[in-house]
Design a protein around this ligand. Structure first.
Ligand code: UDP
Ligand code: MG
Length: 202
């Protein structure tokens, strides 16, 4: 079984299109799948749209925060609830492609506990890409977990690795290091990345 954990904060414009590609990609991978949407205190129609998904698909579950608590806490809550042997995370803004989950899963099955997406051809602003390059260089150089892209939203974990971390604040940026420090095997795989189609970076 595979669980997808999706943190969502005010993404009403992208959710329908995201759901339409996510479900077929998950259902053809594993017979049993679940999608856990974590509504991180959205103030737009996000929760209403998620409830529609839940009503028409019994594999969909929703966790909802009363107020915005940040992506790190949203992921942690999703991980605690996940029942799959593998847990994949994706952003809901259509920047991460559900078609890539299959490749990450195949890589994990080679014997890795965490496969991190690497946005090799990243579609963000020059400033974002540059600051991220500096961050990735420092993390790799100082702490010895050598990755091109620490903060890609697309990551696939074994259940044990996902449930081993307790994130808050800005800690989602350090996931590969935190998981590696617990003795899990971490690697990366190049993934497709798209421009944010709607709204702004949260
Ligand atoms: N997100 C969230 N809580 C927040 C900020 C973001 O759940 O406080 C979600 C957001 O809706 C999206 C994902 O986390 O699904 C990534 O956020 P964003 O696209 O803003 O980050 P970026 O791609 O700019 O790094
Ligand atoms: Mg994004």
């Amino acid at each position: 079984m595979i669980s997808a954990v999706i943190p969502v904060f005010n993404e009403e414009e992208s959710l329908e299109a995201f759901y339409k590609v996510l479900i077929p990609n998950l259902s053809k991978l594993e017979k049993i799948y679940e999608v856990i949407f974590v509504d991180d205190g959205s103030t737009d129609n996000t929760l209403k749209i998620l409830k529609n998904f839940e009503a028409k698909n019994s594999n969909v579950r929703i966790l909802s925060f009363r107020k915005n608590r940040g992506k790190a806490e949203a992921l942690t809550s999703g991980f605690q609830e996940a029942k799959g042997d593998y847990v994949v995370t994706l952003d809901a803004d259509l920047q991460d492609r559900p078609e890539e989950v299959k490749n990450l899963l195949n890589k994990a099955k080679e014997g890795f506990d965490l496969v991190c997406g690497w946005r090799k051809d990243r579609k963000d602003s020059f400033k974002t890409i540059l600051s991220s390059k500096v961050f990735n260089f420092i993390m790799s150089a100082f702490w010895g977990v050598h990755l091109h892209d620490y903060n890609c939203g697309l990551k696939l974990y074994t259940k044990e690795a996902a449930k081993s971390i307790n994130l808050y604040g800005g800690m989602h940026r350090f996931i590969p290091l935190l998981v590696s420090e617990k003795g899990f095997e971490v690697t990366e795989l190049a993934v497709r990345h798209e421009k944010r189609a709607f709204g702004k970076s949260k």
